[in-house]
Design a protein around this ligand. Structure first.
Ligand code: UN1
Length: 494
């Protein structure tokens, strides 16, 4: 059933000022799910103004009280987990067990940041003069624009909004146009939990119009963006003109290294989950497999029949392992990469085509694909495909494996399968991505740790964990001199 949705600005539901709309489609069936406002600068102006007004009282709400609201958010997200997961599977495509996991990341973040309401640690350290004290506090910054992607329609908005909110900031959320309904429901739940009007606003529309208006709005203090490296770079360049803070989470070309002493059966499980889970549409997805030459053929022999067994289907069917990709454009882009791989001389082992049997023909399904004999300098081994396409690369040594792993313009996640403790320690030392998994795949980051990567994956910030608060707070240092006389730091007062 298709419904008409509205923006939520200052707690009120509103159509786009222009009256224009766009459609939300189920990528597994092509069915129309909803109609959303195609907003423009006028709607952004209203949302930023509501957020700016709300900031003046939200920043004064004691952080433990803000935490109590987030705690209720966690409870409500738990209560609505199944509904939200189904909404998400319908509009995004990934299978139910994964959309449940997506909501769970939001629940985890709600409880984690609710607890921060009673911490939000600043610090005090000794000062150099007598009868004087110093302390460093975390202040909120102002209005945060959250520009979020379609692959984690609930989790990613929560990773941005919950730390921003606990710190006392207010929000304008612009969710991806492929997954607006999950974000809408999330914002409704935030209001039901007691988030005051105007503290969280949601504006639907395109990146070119709504995103751009947020980046340029003088009352937006922070842009928190997750998406492609190309768009992220644009955000950073534009936001730099007004010296806005920007936090970027972008692409990945993550690899799993399988050494000659690895438990190969275990590696196969991790490879399947990381490469084909979420239909390969995670920034942490594994798209390169770096295999020691002594186990190269053996590993592929174990892996191929398991890829063949993966069941493509509607994510709402519990028997499906792999859902559709997000839209036609993405399907075509994935297929284009497969053709590039073939023309570069990689051997296509399995997959390599859109899947069109029976019901699958209605949606955007792509066969789980594996290339072997891939060379590290091929485009399929270097560029982010964001689909179920895995490239196997043969290496002759541990050192070569690490070098190939690190030789990417991205730097999000890596994994190594080995039983050798010395190699594990060397990998911990030498791998240059933000996340490293030992004897597990490249996905599955937990919210209490910093999430993010090096090089083209980000701009040095991290989301989640305590580190996730940094971009949303401004340090304020307070010196109190209770000596009753003028004391001068750095100067001899005698
Ligand atoms: C993303 O792909 O954008 O570690 C985020 C993971 C998830 C988050 C992925 N917890 O794969």
């Amino acid at each position: 059933m298709s419904t008409t949705f509205q923006n939520i600005i200052g707690g009120k539901r509103q159509d786009a000022h222009s009256g224009k709309t766009f459609q939300n489609i189920n990528p597994a069936t092509g069915e129309l799910l909803g109609t959303f406002p195609l907003s423009d600068e006028t709607d952004v102006e209203a949302a930023v103004s509501a957020a700016r007004t709300a900031f003046e009282h939200w920043r004064l709400v004691p952080a433990p009280k803000r935490g109590e609201i987030l705690f209720r958010v966690g409870e409500l997200l738990s209560r609505y987990k199944e509904d939200l997961a189904r909404i998400m599977t319908r509009e995004m495509g990934k299978v139910l067990k994964e959309t449940r996991g997506d909501v769970q990341e939001g629940i985890d973040m709600a409880y984690y940041m609710a607890g921060e309401g009673r911490r939000l640690f600043g610090y005090t350290v000794p000062v150099e003069l007598p009868n004087k004290s110093g302390m460093a506090l975390r202040d909120p910054v102002g209005v945060v624009a959250c520009i979020t992607p379609w692959n984690f329609p609930v989790a990613i908005p929560t990773w941005k909004m919950f730390p921003a909110l606990i710190a006392g900031n207010t929000i304008v959320l612009k969710p991806a146009s492929d997954t607006p309904q999950s974000a809408f429901r999330l914002v409704e739940i935030l209001h039901e939990a007691g988030i005051p009007e105007g503290v969280v606003n949601i504006v639907f529309g395109s990146g070119q119009t709504v995103g751009e208006a947020l980046i340029h709005h003088p009352d937006v203090s922070i842009i928190s963006f997750t998406g492609s490296t190309e768009s992220g770079r644009h955000v950073a360049v534009e936001a730099a003109k007004s010296l806005k803070r920007v936090s970027l989470e972008m692409g990945g070309k993550n690899a799993i290294i399988v050494m000659d002493d690895a438990d190969l059966e275990l590696a196969v499980e991790g490879i399947l989950w990381s490469a084909y889970g979420t239909t390969g549409q995670r920034c942490t997805a594994c798209s390169r497999l770096i295999i020691h030459q002594d186990v190269y053929e053996k590993l592929l022999t174990l892996l191929i029949p398991r890829i063949e067994k993966l069941r493509l289907g509607n994510g709402l069917d519990e028997a499906s392992d792999v859902g559709p990709v997000i839209n036609k454009r993405q399907l075509e882009s994935i297929h284009e990469y497969v053709k590039i791989g073939q023309s570069e001389g990689a051997s296509l082992v399995i997959g390599g085509k859109p899947a069109t049997e029976g019901e699958l023909s209605k949606g955007f399904f792509y066969q789980p694909t594996l290339f072997k004999d891939v060379k590290p300098d091929m485009r399929i081994a270097k560029e982010e495909i964001f689909g179920p396409v895995l490239s196997a690369i043969k290496v002759a040594s541990f050192e070569e494996a690490i070098a190939v792993n690190n030789d990417t313009k991205y730097g999000l996640s890596s994994a190594i399968y080995t039983q050798n403790v010395n190699r594990v320690q060397q990998a911990v030392r030498d791998i240059t991505t933000g996340i490293l998994y030992v004897n597990s795949g490249t996905t599955g980051a937990e919210i209490q740790f910093p999430f993010g990567g090096t090089r083209g994956t980000g701009n040095g910030h991290r989301e989640a964990g305590i580190a996730g608060l940094d971009v949303f707070t401004e340090w304020k240092v307070v010196y109190t001199d209770y000596s009753g006389k003028l004391q001068k730091a750095q100067i001899d007062n005698q």
